[in-house]
Design a protein around this ligand. Structure first.
Ligand code: 5GP
Ligand code: MG
Length: 175
């Protein structure tokens, strides 16, 4: 049997997104940044964040695969499924991550981006599972701390399920 244990409500998340947007806008309002989202999990956060930002910006997406299925952690082997189409050379880049867990994916993303010579790269992450970190990564704009359990909702899935939930839940049980 599986159960969903509530961690944050949609109100909690909306408040965190509004606060993040204020912080990002303060630093980027005249910079026309490129927000780079890592699919698929980021799409709900990205959509809410860009509307809360309400300032000139561009969006790009990349897709990475880390061979993790179900609740398995990343293998540490990250592969680019869809790379960036736009050039980021000389641009201010803000990486938009749903959740930072081991840090392997974000670390890979930051290396991938810095090879493309942007003017700057920072990270905005909605959820931080800091107890699970294996690779130290900088998170410049941080939403909410989450416990080290498998989370679903607000774009996060369990084998493609539960992305539509507006809150965030810990998935308990055998799936
Ligand atoms: P990391 O490389 O930091 O271990 O994990 C990054 C990616 O793994 C996230 O962008 C997300 O797609 C996925 N991930 C990490 N933790 C969770 C979780 O608790 N639930 C879900 N659904 N995905 C997660
Ligand atoms: Mg996933």
């Amino acid at each position: 049997m599986t159960t969903l244990e509530p961690i944050y409500t949609s109100d909690d998340i909306n408040a965190a997104v509004a606060r993040l947007a204020r912080e990002v806008r303060r630093d980027y309002r005249d910079k026309n940044p490129i927000l780079v989202g890592v699919l698929k999990g980021c799409f709900v956060f990205m959509a809410d964040l860009v509307r809360a930002l309400d300032m000139p910006l561009e969006t790009e997406f990349m897709a990475l695969s880390s061979y993790g299925r179900g609740r398995a952690k990343t293998s540490g082997q990250v592969r680019v499924v869809h790379g960036l189409r736009a050039s980021v050379r000389g641009r201010h880049v803000l990486v938009v991550e749903d959740i930072v867990d081991t840090g392997v994916t974000l670390n890979f993303t930051l290396e991938y981006l810095s090879r493309r010579k942007p003017a700057s790269v920072r990270v905005c992450a909605l959820f931080d599972k800091s107890a699970a970190r294996r690779v130290p990564v900088p998170v410049d704009y941080l939403g909410l701390a989450v416990p080290d359990c498998f989370l679903v909702g607000y774009g996060l899935d369990y084998d493609e399920r539960f992305r539509y939930l507006s809150g965030i839940y810990c998935l308990k049980g055998d799936g």
